[in-house]
Design a binder for this molecule. Structure first.
Ligand code: PHB
Length: 395
């Protein structure tokens, strides 16, 4: 029996060995102390609502599974990372060094994620990525203790190029925030669009999180592409959609994007979002009992509709529940824990998915269109799409 040690979660201090068999079976397996879960997410700035949705989804999954992890109660520790990459390491260390969390859940912004990745690699803390798509986290800088439940930045856009060419759009302009997420989303778009025979006539960008789109929209109008493809998210995405319509481009030059463009922003964007086509590993309208049950539970609990971020937070909770159950709450049993996380099948609202060798979801990418207040699914744009995991060497 491996789990007859009584271990304090804080600092992992050994309290005593109980191998005599005198303990009752329940006591022998119980792990004293609470599991310390760190949430490092944006709670302010353009991604604030993404952070809240992730936390909501995460907590919902835990609550639906009895509110515990492997039989242990949970203590939450929270840090607002402000989507500020310059504070990434410092903020991750607040959770890992100061609060001694057993698991760090975070974050949204790819640049901030690189700070978490450094701390995760240096300290070995279990790191679960509920959004940020930075390629390096599951490519060249992959690690046995890092698992992503979301996507890589190029995964959604690898399905976008062909969808646009299928609609006959042969010349496109690309526009994004110039940072890792936008640049890597562009990689996926470029690969898929040019492979399908399309030509990218101009690549436009502005620094994150700026939202002064006017000059760029004027440029798009004069370039007259067949279509525009983009990466934006959160509050900035809502403004981009509104500004695109206000500039007179809606209805003239079709707007496409990786699906973040239309996630969680349909109320804020209003009618300007109608008809936007995107590719994404989720759709509100997936007509499955699993998705419907999730959406109902989320709406009942939080009095708002879930989006892709809520779903990813939820899946992060499901993954951790599975891992913790496999080691009966003893998260210090790393070999067994990682094995359980690696081999998990997540019964997700997006559809069932598994981990790639580099610890990133292998998942279907859906083609969707905005209709009313919904991202309506049109079909599967890429089946069981795996990131390349290029350069990932574990161990
Ligand atoms: C990222 O920075 O990786 C990122 C942020 C927001 C998204 C998607 C990706 O919606």
């Amino acid at each position: 029996m491996t789990s007859r040690r009584l271990v304090l979660s804080r600092g992992g201090a050994l309290l005593g060995a109980a191998s005599s068999g005198l303990l009752l079976p329940e006591l022998a397996q119980a792990q004293p102390g609470k599991v310390r879960v760190g949430l490092m997410l944006p709670y302010t700035g353009t991604f604030a609502q993404l952070g809240v949705a992730i936390e909501n989804g995460f907590r919902l999954a835990i609550e639906e599974n009895g509110g515990k992890l492997g039989g242990r109660e949970i203590e939450y520790y929270k840090v607002d990372d402000e989507s500020d990459p310059s504070k990434g390491v410092e903020n991750a260390n607040k959770l890992v060094q100061r609060d001694k969390v057993d698991v760090l859940v975070g974050t949204v912004h790819s640049g901030v994620q690189m700070g978490i990745q450094k701390v995760a690699r240096d300290t070995g803390v279990l790191s679960l990525i509920p959004n940020a798509g930075a390629h390096a986290a599951t490519r060249s800088l992959c690690a046995p203790n890092v698992f992503r439940t979301s996507f890589t930045n190029s995964q959604p856009t690898l399905a976008l190029g062909k969808a646009m060419m299928d609609k006959g759009h042969k010349k496109a302009v690309w526009i994004t925030w110039k940072y890792a997420a936008g640049d890597e989303a562009y990689e996926g778009f470029k690969e898929s669009y040019t492979a399908a025979g399309g030509t990218i006539i101009k690549e436009l960008g502005l620094p994150f999180p700026q939202v002064e789109f006017q000059a760029l929209l004027t440029e798009i109008a004069s370039l007259k592409p067949d279509a525009v493809a983009c990466f934006f998210a959160g509050g900035g995405a809502a403004k981009f959609i509104r500004d695109y319509a206000a500039a007179g481009l809606k209805g003239k030059i079709p707007l496409y994007g990786s699906g973040f463009l239309t996630e969680g922003v349909l109320d804020a964007a209003g009618p300007a979002a109608e008809g936007i086509i995107t590719t994404m590993h989720y759709s509100d309208s997936l007509d499955t009992p699993r998705n419907k049950a999730f959406r109902l539970a989320y709406a009942k609990t939080y009095r708002m509709q879930p989006d892709v971020y809520a779903m990813q937070g939820y899946d992060t909770g499901l993954l951790l529940v599975q891992g913790a159950a496999a080691v009966k709450g003893d998260l210090s049993s790393k070999v067994a824990l990682y094995k359980a996380l690696e081999s998990a099948t997540i019964d997700s609202p997006r559809g069932k998915w598994t981990m790639s060798k580099a610890h990133n979801p292998v998942q279907d990418i859906y083609l969707r269109v905005v209709e009313g207040k919904e991202n309506k699914v049109l079909g599967v744009a890429a089946k069981a799409l795996a990131d390349s995991g290029a350069g990932c060497k574990m161990g």
